[in-house]
Design a protein around this ligand. Structure first.
Ligand SMILES: [Zn+2]
Length: 423
C-alpha cells in the first residue's frame, strides 16, 4: 500500500512539473518480451505517459536520461490485459453469488471494487475488460471513470454495465411467484425491446455490450440457448452502429453458432464448442475467452480437493475443449472470470492455459498484444513499442521459461506512472 501511495504522490509531482521538460526514465532489464517476441539486448525509454524508445541499446536516441532503473535478471513486458473480470463480485466461497446480488448494498459492492481494481493493478494488470456488474447497475462505469480521474488506482477498464438476458433465463432464481427479486442483469426480448435496451446502455456510456446467448434454463437445469439468431443480430447491429462490439456468454454449441452468425466479437466460456463451431469462429474472426480458472475454482468450492481427488468430469471436458480450441487456431483471449476467484490472482488463468497445453509465449502473447488486438486497443497498448502508452510490467525471472514468474512483480507502470517500485 505504501508503494501505491508513493506512486500517487509521484503522479501529483508530475502534474505540478508539467511545464518542465518531460522526464526520461531508462529501463535496463535482462530481457524484453515486446508482446510478440523475446529480445535479450533491448532497453526501454519512457517519457511522460509514452514509450519513447524500445530496441537495441546501440540504436537508442541521444536524449538526456533522468532516471535509470537497472533490472538485472528481470523481464520487462507489456502490462497484462485481463479479458474477463467482474470487479463487482468477490469469490463465491466467501459469499455465494445469489447473496452478493441480493444482500450486499451497491455501496458495499463499490467499496469492494475499489480494493479489487487496486489489487489487479498491483498484480501487473494495467487494462481489464469487465463482463458485467451482476446486479450493481452501472457501478462499473463509475469505477472506470473514478480510475480515469485519478481518484483511485486501478487498471484501464472496459465495462459492459448491465449484461442483457432473455426473460426467464437469469438469476437469482428459486423464489415463488409472489416474490420479486432484483436480477443480476437486464432483461429484454424481441426487436423493439432489445433496440431500446441496447441504446439505453449505450447512453450510459458502456464500452461494449455483454449478452447471455445461453444460460442454465434447460428442463433439468442444463445450459440452453436463450435469444434467437434474429434477436442476437438486433443486439449486434444496434451496438455496432454506435461503434461498440458485443461479447457473448455461450457454453453450448447452439448458442455459440447463433452468436457468431450474429456478429459478436468474443465467445465467453465456450465449453461446448464443437469442431464445426470452432471453425465458424475462426472463419468469422471471433475470439474465445475460455475462463479455465473459473470452472476450476467453482469445482473446488463444490468440494473437489484438487491434487487429491480424481479430476471431475467437468474439468476433464474443459481440458479437451481447450485443446480442441488450440488445434483449431481460433484466437484465444486471456480472461479467467476473475472475481469468481480472488482479484489480483489473474495469473492463475495463464498458469492453467499453460497447464492445459498452450506454450508460455503464446499465453503471454494472448495476455498482451493478443487481447489488445481483440479489444481494438492495438496502436495504444499491448506492445513494448515506441509511441505506445507506457503500460509496463517487470517481473523477476523469465515467464517464458516459467509462466509463474509473473507472480514475482517488480515494477508496474501505467501511463508512465509507477505504481509498484523495484526494490
Ligand atoms: Zn463472467
Amino acid at each position: 500500500m505504501n508503494r501505491v501511495l508513493s506512486a500517487l504522490l509521484v503522479a501529483s509531482c508530475v502534474v505540478s512539473l508539467s511545464h518542465a521538460r518531460a522526464e526520461v526514465t531508462l529501463l535496463e532489464p535482462e530481457r524484453v518480451f515486446d508482446g510478440s517476441d523475446l529480445h535479450d539486448d533491448w532497453i526501454v525509454m519512457v517519457s511522460d505517459e509514452s514509450i519513447l524508445y524500445a530496441g537495441p541499446d546501440d540504436k537508442a536516441p541521444g536524449v538526456s536520461i533522468d532516471t535509470v532503473l537497472k533490472l538485472e535478471g528481470q523481464t520487462l513486458l507489456p502490462g497484462l490485459i485481463e479479458g474477463h473480470s467482474h470487479v463487482l463480485l468477490h469469490p463465491y466461497n466467501e459469499t455465494p453469488w445469489n447473496d452478493q446480488v441480493l444482500k450486499e448494498s451497491e455501496a458495499e459492492r463499490v467499496v469492494r471494487a475499489v480494493n479489487h481494481v487496486r489489487d489487479s493493478l498491483l498484480a501487473g494488470v494495467t487494462t481489464m475488460r469487465d463482463l458485467g456488474s451482476e446486479g450493481a447497475g452501472y457501478a462499473d462505469v463509475s469505477v472506470r471513470d473514478a480510475i480515469d480521474k485519478g481518484l483511485i488506482p486501478g487498471p484501464r477498464l472496459l465495462v459492459a454495465g448491465r449484461a442483457i438476458v432473455a426473460t426467464g433465463s437469469y438469476g437469482p432464481k428459486g423464489f415463488h411467484e409472489g416474490v420479486s427479486v432484483p436480477l443480476g442483469a437486464e432483461t429484454a426480448d424481441g426487436f423493439d425491446d432489445l433496440i431500446k435496451v441496447v441504446r439505453s446502455q449505450i447512453g450510459r456510456n458502456i464500452d461494449f455490450v455483454k449478452v447471455y446467448a445461453d444460460y442454465r434454463w434447460g428442463p433439468s437445469g442444463a445450459a440452453a440457448a436463450t435469444f434467437s439468431l434474429e434477436e442476437l443480430k438486433t443486439i449486434v447491429e444496434t451496438a455496432r452502429s454506435s461503434g461498440r462490439g458485443v461479447a457473448a456468454h455461450a457454453a453450448t454449441a447452439d448458442a455459440i453458432e447463433r452468436a457468431v452468425l450474429a456478429g459478436v466479437e468474443t465467445i465467453e466460456h465456450g465449453d461446448g464448442a464443437t469442431p464445426q463451431t470452432l471453425r465458424l469462429m475462426k472463419k468469422n474472426g471471433v475470439a474465445l475467452c475460455p475462463t479455465l480458472a473459473a470452472g476450476d475454482a467453482i469445482s473446488q468450492y463444490a468440494g473437489w480437493e484438487k491434487g487429491i481427488d480424481p479430476e471431475p468430469e467437468r474439468i476433464s471436458r474443459k481440458r479437451e475443449s481447450f485443446a480442441a480450441a488450440l488445434d483449431s487456431g481460433v484466437d484465444i483471449c486471456f480472461g479467467g472470470d476473475v472475481g469468481v476467484y480472488p482479484h489480483g490472482d489473474n495469473v492463475r488463468e495463464l498458469e492453467m492455459m499453460v497447464e492445459y497445453g498452450m506454450t508460455a509465449s503464446d499465453a503471454l502473447r494472448a495476455a498482451t498484444s493478443g487481447n489488445a488486438d481483440i479489444f481494438h486497443l492495438d496502436g495504444q497498448l499491448g506492445r513494448v513499442k515506441s509511441g505506445l502508452l507506457a503500460d509496463l510490467l517487470v517481473v523477476k525471472g523469465n515467464p517464458l521459461a516459467d509462466i509463474s514468474a509473473l507472480r514475482q512483480v517488480s515494477l508496474v507502470m501505467k501511463g508512465g506512472v509507477v505504481y509498484v517500485h523495484p526494490e
